[in-house]
Design a protein around this ligand. Structure first.
Ligand code: FE
Length: 331
């Protein structure tokens, strides 16, 4: 009981009190300000009011399980295919039958059983210091395992799901043993202890503590607002083979919803051109809908070829990725 009340106290119910049957509630680990403008437009167009309940993804999943049939959650929205995959494993989601979602969202960015769908793309790639290197020095994630990078590499901790998903993509591409050799090479090349977040890894590159790192591009975009970090250069990894590692933010419909029709309507709206033009760009991510706009600040990075691995594999190989990191001492 104590645990439940503690959990409840951790959440802030954004938006208002009593719900009519027309209203929807999204439990989300995303920042409310990324969603608020879109749900307001959705309300103007449909009359369906959307409430946001924000919190940590693991705690929200727990809460949905505890609430059971009583849950107010119609949609669970979070980041990283690894987490969405986990939610599906926990049997939180209902199957969604929507031609619009299938049409707007490429197959590799959604669950093959239609339990969850990607709504924005997040690219994780190489960033280096232009004080030390140039584009011609880089090629692939795998190349960063070469001894020539000894003492030059900075990485975020393997405990972050983003890196687990990246390792999962390498296990899928090369098999466990080969992927293990690569990650072990990274660990040998580390300039410092691993970092707790992408931003600190980027700052360490900028200051010269190391020369290169691997991060989600929106963290770089944020730092580049400050001219002091303009020695940070993005390099699109693996353009001559499997492409840049791409992950998603996404959502599924909670199976206990009493508003499935409206919930589908909202997800379809989020995948539409109107919403895609600014949903991804609000966090300087990439749209999932082909041809939707990207933020001005990241347009100069140009187009890139993406790893076409189905993102649900990033979830199903998560456990192996954790094991791999332990085996090579990647903290
Ligand atoms: Fe992030």
């Amino acid at each position: 009981m104590k645990k439940i009340s503690l959990l409840l106290s951790l959440f802030i119910l954004v938006s208002c009190a009593h719900e009519s049957s027309e209203e929807l509630t999204i439990y989300t680990s995303r920042q409310p300000q990324l969603l608020e403008p879109i749900i307001e437009t959705f309300y103007q167009e449909t009359g369906i009011k959307v409430n946001l309940l924000s919190g940590n993804a693991q705690e929200l999943m727990e809460r949905i399980a505890i609430e059971g049939d009583e849950s107010k959650a119609d949609i669970f929205m979070t980041v990283d295919a690894g987490v969405l995959w986990q939610a599906a494993e926990r049997d939180i989601f209902a199957e969604i039958d929507s031609g619009i979602l299938k049409n707007n969202i490429p197959e590799y960015l959604r669950d093959s059983n239609n339990l969850w769908f990607g709504l924005s793309k997040r690219a994780r790639t190489i960033v280096y210091s232009s004080d030390q290197f140039s584009d011609s020095d880089f090629s692939t994630y795998e190349d960063l395992a070469d001894p020539k990078w000894q003492g030059k590499l900075c990485l975020r901790t393997s405990k972050k799901v983003y890196n687990r998903s990246l390792m999962a993509s390498m296990i899928d591409a090369y098999g466990f043993d080969q992927a293990k050799k690569i990650v072990s090479g990274w660990v040998s090349n580390l300039a410092t202890e691993v970092f707790s977040n992408d931003t600190n890894a980027l700052k360490a590159v900028s200051s010269g503590q190391c020369g290169v790192t691997i991060v989600n591009t929106y963290y770089l975009a944020r730092l580049l607002d400050d001219p002091k970090y303009n020695n940070l250069n993005l390099f699109w990894a693996n353009q001559n083979d499997r492409g840049v590692h791409v992950n998603i933010s996404g959502a599924g419909i909670v199976k206990t919803t009493k508003n499935k029709t409206n919930a589908i309507k909202l997800l379809e709206y989020l995948s539409s051109e109107d919403a895609q033009d600014f949903y991804a760009s609000a966090n300087k991510e990439y749209p999932v809908l082909n041809g939707a706009l990207v933020h001005d600040a990241i347009r100069d990075w140009g187009e890139f070829s993406e790893d076409g691995i189905n993102v649900s594999k990033l979830g199903s190989l998560q456990k192996e990725a954790v094991f791999l990191a332990q085996e090579v001492g990647y903290k």
